[in-house]
Write a protein of this length. Structure first.
Length: 209
Protein backbone atom coordinates (compact mmCIF):
# COMPACT_ATOMS: atom_id res chain seq x y z
CA UNK A 1 0.00 0.00 0.00
CA UNK A 2 1.35 3.42 -0.93
CA UNK A 3 2.24 5.79 1.90
CA UNK A 4 0.31 8.99 2.60
CA UNK A 5 2.44 11.94 3.69
CA UNK A 6 0.80 15.07 5.13
CA UNK A 7 3.42 17.82 4.89
CA UNK A 8 2.98 19.79 8.09
CA UNK A 9 5.79 22.32 7.58
CA UNK A 10 4.73 25.60 9.28
CA UNK A 11 5.09 27.66 6.07
CA UNK A 12 2.90 25.20 4.13
CA UNK A 13 0.23 25.24 6.83
CA UNK A 14 0.34 29.05 7.15
CA UNK A 15 -0.11 29.62 3.42
CA UNK A 16 -2.78 26.92 3.18
CA UNK A 17 -4.91 28.93 5.64
CA UNK A 18 -5.01 31.86 3.18
CA UNK A 19 -5.68 29.49 0.27
CA UNK A 20 -8.73 28.15 2.11
CA UNK A 21 -10.05 31.62 3.00
CA UNK A 22 -12.94 32.52 0.65
CA UNK A 23 -11.99 36.22 0.77
CA UNK A 24 -8.58 35.54 -0.86
CA UNK A 25 -8.73 36.96 -4.41
CA UNK A 26 -7.63 35.26 -7.63
CA UNK A 27 -4.19 36.90 -7.86
CA UNK A 28 -3.24 36.13 -4.27
CA UNK A 29 -4.75 32.64 -4.47
CA UNK A 30 -2.65 31.87 -7.56
CA UNK A 31 0.54 33.16 -5.91
CA UNK A 32 -0.10 31.15 -2.73
CA UNK A 33 -0.76 27.91 -4.63
CA UNK A 34 2.48 28.48 -6.54
CA UNK A 35 4.41 29.04 -3.28
CA UNK A 36 2.93 26.01 -1.53
CA UNK A 37 3.73 23.83 -4.56
CA UNK A 38 7.39 24.90 -4.31
CA UNK A 39 7.47 24.16 -0.58
CA UNK A 40 5.85 20.76 -1.15
CA UNK A 41 8.39 20.00 -3.90
CA UNK A 42 11.16 20.66 -1.38
CA UNK A 43 9.65 17.93 0.85
CA UNK A 44 8.72 15.48 -1.90
CA UNK A 45 12.28 15.46 -3.29
CA UNK A 46 13.90 14.82 0.10
CA UNK A 47 14.88 11.25 -0.83
CA UNK A 48 16.32 11.91 -4.32
CA UNK A 49 19.65 10.07 -4.68
CA UNK A 50 22.93 12.01 -4.81
CA UNK A 51 26.36 11.28 -6.26
CA UNK A 52 29.71 12.79 -5.38
CA UNK A 53 31.73 14.90 -7.82
CA UNK A 54 34.79 17.11 -7.53
CA UNK A 55 34.67 20.84 -8.33
CA UNK A 56 37.17 23.67 -8.19
CA UNK A 57 36.13 26.35 -5.71
CA UNK A 58 37.94 29.72 -5.79
CA UNK A 59 40.09 28.32 -2.98
CA UNK A 60 40.72 24.63 -3.66
CA UNK A 61 39.21 21.36 -4.88
CA UNK A 62 36.09 20.11 -3.10
CA UNK A 63 34.20 16.86 -3.13
CA UNK A 64 30.49 17.75 -3.27
CA UNK A 65 27.11 16.32 -4.26
CA UNK A 66 24.81 16.53 -7.27
CA UNK A 67 21.54 14.78 -8.06
CA UNK A 68 21.90 11.29 -9.46
CA UNK A 69 19.50 8.62 -10.59
CA UNK A 70 16.14 9.04 -12.24
CA UNK A 71 15.03 12.20 -13.99
CA UNK A 72 11.82 13.93 -12.90
CA UNK A 73 8.61 14.34 -14.89
CA UNK A 74 5.78 16.63 -13.78
CA UNK A 75 2.28 15.65 -14.94
CA UNK A 76 -0.39 18.23 -14.05
CA UNK A 77 -4.00 17.14 -14.50
CA UNK A 78 -5.72 19.85 -16.55
CA UNK A 79 -6.67 22.44 -15.74
CA UNK A 80 -6.17 23.11 -12.03
CA UNK A 81 -2.90 21.14 -11.86
CA UNK A 82 -1.27 23.81 -14.04
CA UNK A 83 -1.43 26.23 -11.10
CA UNK A 84 1.20 24.18 -9.22
CA UNK A 85 3.73 23.51 -11.98
CA UNK A 86 5.77 26.74 -12.03
CA UNK A 87 6.49 26.59 -8.31
CA UNK A 88 7.96 23.10 -8.70
CA UNK A 89 9.91 24.01 -11.85
CA UNK A 90 11.69 26.80 -10.00
CA UNK A 91 13.23 24.14 -7.77
CA UNK A 92 13.67 21.44 -10.45
CA UNK A 93 14.17 23.36 -13.71
CA UNK A 94 15.40 20.25 -15.56
CA UNK A 95 12.10 18.40 -15.01
CA UNK A 96 10.05 17.64 -18.11
CA UNK A 97 6.34 18.50 -18.08
CA UNK A 98 3.56 16.37 -19.54
CA UNK A 99 -0.19 17.05 -19.46
CA UNK A 100 -3.26 14.87 -18.95
CA UNK A 101 -6.78 16.15 -19.65
CA UNK A 102 -9.77 14.06 -18.59
CA UNK A 103 -13.51 14.53 -18.21
CA UNK A 104 -16.25 12.14 -17.14
CA UNK A 105 -18.88 11.24 -19.72
CA UNK A 106 -22.22 12.34 -18.18
CA UNK A 107 -24.02 9.32 -19.70
CA UNK A 108 -21.62 6.46 -18.97
CA UNK A 109 -19.72 8.17 -16.10
CA UNK A 110 -16.58 6.67 -17.64
CA UNK A 111 -13.43 8.83 -17.98
CA UNK A 112 -12.74 10.31 -21.40
CA UNK A 113 -9.18 11.34 -22.13
CA UNK A 114 -9.41 14.48 -24.26
CA UNK A 115 -5.72 15.42 -24.18
CA UNK A 116 -2.46 13.72 -23.31
CA UNK A 117 1.08 14.83 -24.14
CA UNK A 118 3.98 13.22 -22.30
CA UNK A 119 7.80 13.18 -22.37
CA UNK A 120 8.96 10.36 -24.66
CA UNK A 121 10.96 8.70 -21.87
CA UNK A 122 8.33 8.47 -19.11
CA UNK A 123 9.38 4.89 -18.36
CA UNK A 124 12.76 6.27 -17.21
CA UNK A 125 11.41 9.16 -15.15
CA UNK A 126 10.11 9.55 -11.63
CA UNK A 127 6.69 11.08 -12.35
CA UNK A 128 4.83 13.45 -10.04
CA UNK A 129 1.12 13.69 -10.89
CA UNK A 130 -0.18 17.08 -9.75
CA UNK A 131 -3.72 18.18 -8.88
CA UNK A 132 -4.69 20.64 -6.12
CA UNK A 133 -7.73 18.57 -5.07
CA UNK A 134 -8.07 14.85 -4.40
CA UNK A 135 -11.83 14.64 -3.87
CA UNK A 136 -13.49 11.43 -5.14
CA UNK A 137 -10.10 10.38 -6.53
CA UNK A 138 -11.56 9.70 -9.97
CA UNK A 139 -9.38 12.07 -12.01
CA UNK A 140 -6.13 11.12 -10.26
CA UNK A 141 -6.97 7.42 -10.54
CA UNK A 142 -7.69 7.72 -14.27
CA UNK A 143 -4.59 9.84 -14.92
CA UNK A 144 -2.36 7.30 -13.17
CA UNK A 145 -3.97 4.49 -15.22
CA UNK A 146 -3.22 6.48 -18.40
CA UNK A 147 0.44 6.89 -17.42
CA UNK A 148 0.89 3.22 -16.49
CA UNK A 149 -0.73 2.17 -19.77
CA UNK A 150 2.02 4.15 -21.55
CA UNK A 151 4.89 2.58 -19.62
CA UNK A 152 5.29 4.72 -16.48
CA UNK A 153 6.82 2.74 -13.63
CA UNK A 154 7.46 5.22 -10.82
CA UNK A 155 4.64 7.62 -9.90
CA UNK A 156 3.91 9.88 -6.96
CA UNK A 157 0.75 11.94 -6.47
CA UNK A 158 0.91 15.49 -5.11
CA UNK A 159 -2.22 17.39 -4.00
CA UNK A 160 -2.91 20.40 -1.80
CA UNK A 161 -5.86 18.86 -0.01
CA UNK A 162 -7.63 15.50 -0.07
CA UNK A 163 -10.74 13.80 1.23
CA UNK A 164 -10.38 10.33 2.80
CA UNK A 165 -12.58 8.90 0.02
CA UNK A 166 -10.11 10.00 -2.68
CA UNK A 167 -7.08 8.74 -0.78
CA UNK A 168 -8.77 5.36 -0.28
CA UNK A 169 -9.62 4.98 -3.99
CA UNK A 170 -6.07 5.76 -5.16
CA UNK A 171 -4.59 3.43 -2.53
CA UNK A 172 -6.90 0.61 -3.62
CA UNK A 173 -6.31 1.07 -7.34
CA UNK A 174 -2.62 2.03 -7.19
CA UNK A 175 -0.99 0.57 -4.06
CA UNK A 176 2.45 1.41 -5.49
CA UNK A 177 1.79 5.20 -5.57
CA UNK A 178 2.78 7.39 -2.61
CA UNK A 179 0.50 10.39 -1.94
CA UNK A 180 1.78 13.79 -0.73
CA UNK A 181 -0.70 16.29 0.75
CA UNK A 182 -0.66 19.64 2.51
CA UNK A 183 -3.85 18.59 4.35
CA UNK A 184 -6.13 15.57 4.70
CA UNK A 185 -9.62 16.99 5.20
CA UNK A 186 -12.71 15.59 6.87
CA UNK A 187 -14.98 14.27 4.10
CA UNK A 188 -16.82 14.90 0.82
CA UNK A 189 -20.23 16.60 0.91
CA UNK A 190 -23.23 15.48 -1.15
CA UNK A 191 -22.03 17.56 -4.12
CA UNK A 192 -18.58 15.94 -4.10
CA UNK A 193 -16.79 18.97 -2.62
CA UNK A 194 -14.07 18.50 -0.02
CA UNK A 195 -15.10 19.69 3.47
CA UNK A 196 -13.82 22.09 4.79
CA UNK A 197 -11.83 22.32 1.54
CA UNK A 198 -11.09 25.45 -0.46
CA UNK A 199 -13.91 25.50 -3.02
CA UNK A 200 -13.19 24.82 -6.69
CA UNK A 201 -9.44 25.19 -7.23
CA UNK A 202 -9.72 25.73 -11.00
CA UNK A 203 -12.32 28.50 -10.65
CA UNK A 204 -10.32 30.22 -7.92
CA UNK A 205 -7.05 29.98 -9.87
CA UNK A 206 -8.48 31.33 -13.12
CA UNK A 207 -11.34 33.57 -11.97
CA UNK A 208 -14.06 31.48 -13.60
CA UNK A 209 -17.37 30.20 -12.27
Amino acid sequence: MGNVYVLDHPLIQHKLTYIRNKSTGTKEFRELVDEVAALMAFEITRDLPLEEITVETPVTEAKTKILAGKKIGLIPILRAGLGMVDGILRLIPAARVGHVGLYRDPETLKPVEYYIKLPSDIDERELIVIDPMLATGGSANDAIHSLKKRGAKQIRLMCLIAAPEGVELVQQQHPDVDIYLAALDEKLNEKGYIVPGLGDAGDRLYGTK
